[in-house]
Write a protein that binds this ligand. Structure first.
Ligand code: SAM
Length: 341
């Protein structure tokens, strides 16, 4: 065995590292939830100082921060003060692409509990989240506006580079009115409207979500060109668009529910209109792709799934839509374009 081999971690070491991945995830959740990065923005602090500001137990917090410093999420100085690193800067509330809402949503109380119940999904095919909480995730968010708002911020804020990749990969110049169905706070539609000043749009989502979207759209400088409509896409979607978009919507639902949503869009889609599904399309072969991780979020959280291009084609056909193009973007996301069949 040469020196290079000696440096390679053994299978046991690699496996132990994978098994303990959630220790780090949970530490990051604690740091994100308590806003530790924000507290370090004006300089180094001891765990005791941060504990006082966050109303937490100093020694326990110290142990979490010490562990996180070991993996580069904070640096521990010789005087036991902690400082920000490039990794913890991603958790700053005000950073343009803050991962703080995402760390709270994914590794905190909501997604984490569903992951904890993943065995239920594997044994029964049922949704781990629903089994744990006794309701589906969208009903749950209606009961907890703070967690809902955090999730919506996560969707809108952590996806800016993806919105950009979508804007750069599709020609929106001939579109008159875009309707983003299930558009959340408006992260994607505002990126499209900003890049296409002649375009106007409608953001459609549950009433409780669109109510909160107005501030986001105003902040993005597109409020005058973007109407907001609240409703339920299982009942109907607004008419009047020549381009309908849905990002991370169809992946949330099983085939039957997806077809109901798609049929509602088909009903209002003009003959020369188009529908874009923005999704992480699973490669048909066994190659690695981020969609295969995201697919387990759907398994545990919503009962949906990530699909291959062929599966999207079949699904869309059931709703009277024909795939015209599957366009890759400079991200793990693709654009599935379809028209009335
Ligand atoms: C995974 S998020 C995607 C948000 C947004 N499209 C984006 O890319 O950031 C799913 C969205 O679907 C919305 N939604 C769920 N059920 C809905 C329904 N029945 N009618 C309308 N919107 C719904 C949620 O409120 C949420 O904003």
């Amino acid at each position: 065995m040469g020196p290079k081999d000696a440096a390679q971690p053994s299978p046991i070491e690699v496996m132990l590292q994978m098994m303990s991945g959630f220790w780090v995830s949970r530490g990051i959740y604690v740091a994100a939830k308590l806003g530790i990065a924000d507290h370090l923005q004006d300089g180094a602090k001891t765990a005791a100082e941060i504990a006082e500001a966050t109303n937490t137990h100093a020694d326990s917090l110290f142990r979490v921060l010490r562990m996180l410093a070991m993996v580069g999420v904070f640096e521990q100085k010789n005087d036991d003060k902690f400082v920000l690193t490039p990794l913890s800067e991603t958790l700053l509330t005000d950073s343009p692409v803050s991962l703080r809402p995402g760390a709270i949503a994914e590794m905190g109380e909501v997604h984490y509990a569903a992951w904890g119940n993943i065995m239920h999904s594997v044994k029964t095919g049922e949704i781990a989240f629903d089994n744990h909480f006794g309701m589906d995730v969208w009903e749950y968010f209606e009961t907890d506006p703070e967690k809902a708002q955090n999730f919506n911020k996560y969707m809108a804020k952590s996806s800016e580079s993806i919105s950009q990749a979508i804007v750069e990969s599709y020609d929106f110049s001939k579109v008159q009115k875009i309707i983003d169905v299930g558009g959340g706070l408006g992260g994607m539609i505002s990126a499209v409207l900003r890049a296409n000043p002649n375009l106007s749009g409608i953001l459609f989502d549950a009433p409780s979500v669109v109510e909160k979207s107005k501030e986001f759209l105003a902040g993005a400088g597109v409020a005058e060109r973007c109407e907001t409509i609240g409703g339920n896409f299982f009942e109907s979607v607004p008419s009047g668009g020549d381009l309908y978009t849905m990002r991370w919507i169809i992946h949330d639902w099983d085939d039957e529910k997806s077809v109901t949503i798609l049929k509602n869009i088909r009903q209002v889609l003009p003959e020369n209109g188009k529908l874009l599904l923005l999704e992480a399309v699973v490669p048909a072969s066994g190659e690695p792709h981020f969609s295969k991780f995201m697919d387990l979020i759907m398994l545990t959280m919503t009962g949906g799934r990530e699909r291959t291009a062929k599966e999207y084609e079949t699904l869309l056909a059931k709703a009277g839509l024909k795939v015209t193009n599957v366009i890759p973007t400079n991200s793990f996301m693709s654009i599935v374009e379809s028209v009335p069949a």
